[in-house]
Design a protein around this ligand. Structure first.
Ligand SMILES: [Zn+2]
Length: 482
C-alpha cells in the first residue's frame, strides 16, 4: 500500500495488504492447534471461520491440509476445490506444501494441475464480469495477456492506454534490472491480476470497504494498494502509486514461483524504487532522486540513519508503524545504491538462491557488495549525503508555467488558476489536467517540479494536457512562480 506524498498532511500507516487470514480471530488459535496435532480443534475453528466468511479461501485450504494429513484424500479434494472456487490460485504452493503430500497422489490433484492455466483464464473472465457489474459500462475493460493483467479503467481510452504503457515500461525495467526470470509467462501458471483505475467515488467506496471507515482526508492521502490474496490492484494515481503497487505484483509473482515470503524492507524498498522514475541524459528511464532521497539525505547528514541490521530485521508492524517515511526512504536508498553499483539483479539472485539460509536478506546484501555491516552503513551514509536534493511540494522551485495547480490524486496536477498569458495562449483553462511536459510524463506535482529542474525562465516547452476526454497539447513559457 502506498500513501500519497502530500507534504502538508500527516501521513499515517495501514497494513499493506489486509488478508482474510489477518482479519480472522480464529487464525492464530487454529494454527496452534494444528501444530500441536489437535486436528479436531483446528478443523472446528477453520470451519467456524469458513462459515462466517464465505469468501475466505485460507480456512478451506487449511482444512484440505488437515484432511490430507489425516489420510482423508476425498475430504481434502473437496475442501481444495472449494478453496480454489473461493480464490486460491497459487499452484506453486499446491505443488510444494508438505501437508498436501497425500492429496497430491489423487486424480483430483492431477486433473487440477493439468487444467490450471484454463482455470486461471476462467477466473480472470469471472473477475472482469464482476468488475463490469460493480463499475458499469462507463469504464473500459481490457486484458493484457503478456503481463497477465486485466484492467478496469474509469478513464478515457487514451489515458487508459497511457496507464497500460506505464505498466509495460515498469515491467520491462523490472525484468531487466531485478527479476530476470519473470519475463516468461508462457506456461500460463501465474495468476492474472485485476488492475482497477477507479473514479474518486468508487475509490472512496473501495478504501472504506478495505480499511474501514476512513476520514475523507485519509482517503485522499491513500494512493492505492495491491491485495495479493485477491489479486487486485487499486490505485487512484496513474504515476508513482501505479508503478509502486505494480512492482508489488511482479515481486509477489516472483516470490510465489520461488515459494518464498520476503521481508518488508525488501518488498517496500523494491516497490519504492520505481516510484520516481525519470529520463537520464542518455535517454534511459531510471530511478530518480525524489522527496524520498531528500529525506534519506537529510537523515544521513544528521547521522540518524538506522543500522542496516535493524532495517533488515524489522517486522512489518514496526517498519510501517514507527517512522514509516524514514524506513521507506532508507529501504529505497539501499536498492537505489545497489542499482547504481549495477548489482541489483545480482543481489536478488544471491538472496533468492540462498533464501533458506538467510530470509532477512542481510547476508546476501553484504556478500553481493563484498562488505561488512559497519562498512555498508558508512558507505550508504556517504552516498546519501552526496545525493542531489530536488524540489518537492514543501520546497517548490521558483519557476512555473504560469498556472496555479491543485493537488489531487489522479492522472496529473489540476489547473486551478491561470497567472500568465502564455499559459492562456497555449489554451490552458482552469480544470485542465497537466499530463506531460517536454515529452516526459507528469502525474503529480513532484514530477512536475522535477521536470522543471534544468529549465530556465523564458524557455518555451511543449506540454500535454487533458480536458475531460480530450487530449491536447501546446507550448508554454517558463515563468517565475507566483
Ligand atoms: Zn508498498
Amino acid at each position: 500500500m502506498r500513501m500519497l506524498t502530500l507534504a502538508f498532511l500527516v501521513m499515517f500507516s495501514l497494513p499493506t495488504f489486509v488478508s482474510a487470514q489477518e482479519k480472522a480471530p480464529e487464525s492464530d488459535k487454529a494454527l496452534k492447534a494444528f501444530q500441536n496435532q489437535d486436528f479436531d480443534e483446528a478443523e472446528r475453528l477453520w470451519t467456524q471461520w469458513a462459515d462466517r466468511d464465505p469468501q475466505a479461501f485460507v480456512p478451506m485450504y487449511n482444512l484440505a491440509c488437515a484432511r490430507s494429513l489425516r489420510g482423508d484424500t476425498k475430504g481434502a479434494s473437496e475442501y481444495m476445490l472449494t478453496a480454489i472456487e473461493r480464490g486460491f490460485a497459487d499452484i506453486n504452493q499446491l505443488e510444494r506444501d508438505p501437508n498436501l503430500k497425500a492429496f497430491r497422489k489423487t486424480d483430483t490433484y492431477k486433473q487440477l494441475v493439468d487444467a490450471w492455466p484454463t482455470f486461471l483464464d476462467r477466473r480472470v473472465e469471472a473477475d472482469l464480469d464482476a468488475a463490469r457489474k460493480t463499475y458499469g459500462s462507463r469504464y473500459n475493460y481490457t486484458k493484457d495477456s503478456k503481463y497477465r493483467l486485466a484492467f478496469a479503467s474509469s478513464y478515457d481510452t487514451i489515458t487508459s492506454r497511457q496507464a497500460r504503457e506505464e505498466v509495460r515500461r515498469t515491467a520491462e525495467w523490472a525484468y531487466k534490472n531485478v527479476f530476470h526470470d519473470l519475463r516468461d509467462t508462457s506456461d500460463g501458471l501465474d495468476p492474472w491480476v485485476m488492475v482497477v483505475l477507479p473514479t474518486q467515488s468508487h475509490f472512496a467506496v473501495w478504501a472504506n470497504e478495505t480499511y474501514g471507515q476512513l476520514h475523507a482526508s485519509a482517503t485522499s492521502q491513500l494512493g492505492g494498494a495491491y491485495a495479493h490474496d485477491q489479486k487486485k490492484l487499486v490505485t487512484q494515481d496513474l504515476g508513482s502509486t501505479l508503478r509502486h503497487e505494480f512492482f508489488h505484483v511482479l515481486h509477489w509473482r516472483s516470490a510465489d514461483r520461488l515459494g518464498q515470503r520476503h521481508p518488508v524492507w525488501i518488498q517496500e524498498g523494491l516497490a519504492s524504487i520505481v516510484e520516481d522514475m525519470d529520463q537520464t541524459r542518455q535517454g534511459r528511464w531510471e530511478p530518480a532522486v525524489s522527496w524520498r532521497t531528500n529525506s534519506i539525505a537529510r537523515l544521513a547528514k544528521q547521522n540518524k540513519l538506522t543500522k542496516i541490521e535493524q532495517l533488515t530485521s524489522m517486522p512489518r508492524s514496526r517498519f510501517a508503524g514507527s517512522r514509516p517515511l524514514s524506513n521507506y526512504a532508507h529501504a529505497r536508498a539501499v536498492f537505489m545504491y545497489l542499482h547504481e553499483q549495477r548489482k541489483l539483479a545480482a543481489f536478488y539472485k544471491q538472496y533468492t538462491d540462498n533464501y533458506s539460509s538467510d530470509p532477512s536478506g542481510l547476508t546476501a546484501l553484504l556478500e553481493t557488495l563484498d562488505t561488512t555491516t559497519k562498512e555498508f552503513d558508512e558507505d550508504l551514509r556517504q552516498w546519501a549525503r552526496g545525493l542531489e536534493m530536488v524540489h518537492e511540494q514543501n520546497s517548490p522551485p521558483a519557476l512555473g508555467i504560469g498556472v496555479v495547480f491543485d493537488v489531487s490524486p489522479g492522472d496529473g496536477p489540476i489547473v486551478r488558476q491561470i497567472t500568465h498569458n502564455s499559459a492562456k495562449d497555449a489554451g490552458l483553462r482552469p480544470g485542465d489536467i497537466l499530463t506531460g511536459m517536454n515529452g516526459r510524463s507528469v502525474r503529480d506535482l513532484n514530477e512536475f517540479y522535477r521536470v522543471l529542474t534544468g529549465l530556465s525562465k523564458g524557455e518555451r516547452v511543449e506540454i500535454t494536457y487533458r480536458r475531460r476526454s480530450q487530449h491536447k497539447s501546446g507550448t508554454v513559457e517558463i515563468t517565475g512562480r507566483k
